[in-house]
Design a protein around this ligand. Structure first.
Ligand code: CP3
Length: 320
């Protein structure tokens, strides 16, 4: 998950102080940062060091990531004219460093690499709001008052995500994850009308590559069936929804990823082990389960507790 590396002293030592987008544009550095948590924890897969705004930043939309804040946009997306600022992504020329990082990693990693992209809704919300929002007021206003403009925006962002994901798989990524981190801000009806079509387009356009698609969001307990229904093979579940409940709500064959509360890890090993036991109990031996945290690793996390957790999970029998 995002920021697995952020809690590591070796990450802080090589990350530098500039924008994270500069670090992402250096393939040797980005590959090394991707490898760090795999070396330290022995996880079963690695996730590419990049960001959900990397493609739109490369297109010159004027977005950067402010430390401690998140993505900020100089001139937010407002009108139809702004669509011109989102031309199609040509990964070989716009984000060649991402492709080179993936190639290096596929050579060096002992485990599969997960590529990723931001889902159209979550990326659009940053472009429309201009900075992280707690209400998504401007985004919801646009989808409700200007549905044609909203649909054109998310359709372009779907094409950009497709081009980026396809280039990562072509370079060797073994699975892809679509981050719709803030979809949980929506009602099920808003999700169905304004978000599902663009995300379904991304999943459909990846089908021929036959790599697993993981679809993740936070606070999506009421959306899990739709998040599976857009064409994902795996749905990420945050810590609020027990895995057995998630499975019931989805009601069709679909693997789950999750869902230990990342804050529990801060309390130390024993509470972490108890919570991990709870996750496995709730999964009840179902084979379609990727053990993970329910969201990203918090920066103040003790790497020792995470390392113990990974070892402990590896020691558990696959069926109870
Ligand atoms: O584990 C990893 O580091 C994998 C690579 C990764 C990053 N961002 C690197 C990053 C991934 C998969 C992401 C995705 C991402 N980026 C999401 C979706 C996942 C999620 O968390 O739900 C979102 C919403 C973003 C946007 C973003 N980027 C935010 C909100 C922030 C935090 C800003 C801050 O400083 O608090 C970032 C910055 C960021 N992206 C960091 C990392 C390791 C941390 C800060 C840094 O080193 O500059």
């Amino acid at each position: 998950m995002r920021q697995a590396g952020r809690s590591l002293p070796e990450y802080r030592a090589i990350r530098g102080t500039g924008s994270i987008l500069d670090a992402i544009a250096k393939p040797d550095l980005a590959a090394e940062i991707t490898l760090q948590p795999v070396r330290r924890y022995g996880t079963d897969a690695a996730i590419l060091y990049s960001d959900i705004v990397t493609p739109v930043a490369a297109l010159g939309f004027g977005v950067d990531i402010a430390p401690g804040v998140g993505p900020v946009v100089e001139e937010p997306f407002r009108t139809e004219r702004d669509l011109d600022r989102l031309r199609p992504l040509e990964p070989e020329t716009d984000t060649p460093y991402v492709i080179e990082t993936v190639r290096t990693l596929v050579r060096e990693l002992p485990v599969p690499l997960i590529g990723f992209a931001g889902a159209p809704f979550t990326v659009a919300s940053y472009l429309v709001e201009g900075r992280p929002s707690r209400t998504w007021a401007a985004t919801k206003t646009m989808m409700l008052r200007e549905p044609a403009l909203w649909s054109a925006l998310t359709d372009r962002l779907a094409d950009i995500a497709i081009a980026s994901l396809r280039s990562q798989v072509a370079a060797g990524a073994a699975a892809v994850q679509i981050f719709d981190s803030w979809a949980g801000a929506l009602t099920p009806d808003q999700y169905r009308r304004f978000v599902a079509p663009a995300t379904a387009k991304v999943c459909a356009a990846m089908r021929d590559l036959a790599v697993p698609i993981i679809h993740f969001g936070v606070n999506t307990g009421e959306l899990l069936d739709q998040m599976a229904g857009v064409g994902a093979d795996v749905v990420g579940v945050d810590w609020r929804t027990p895995l057995d409940v998630a499975r019931q709500r989805i009601g069709r064959p679909c693997a789950l990823q999750g869902n230990l509360d990342p804050a529990v890890v801060l309390a130390g090993w024993e509470p972490t082990r108890d919570a991990a036991e709870g996750v496995l109990a709730s999964n009840a031996g179902h084979p379609g389960h990727i053990f993970n945290l329910g969201h990203g690793v918090m920066p103040e996390t003790d790497p020792g507790v995470l390392a113990t957790l990974v070892d402990w999970v590896h020691e558990q029998p696959v069926t109870p």
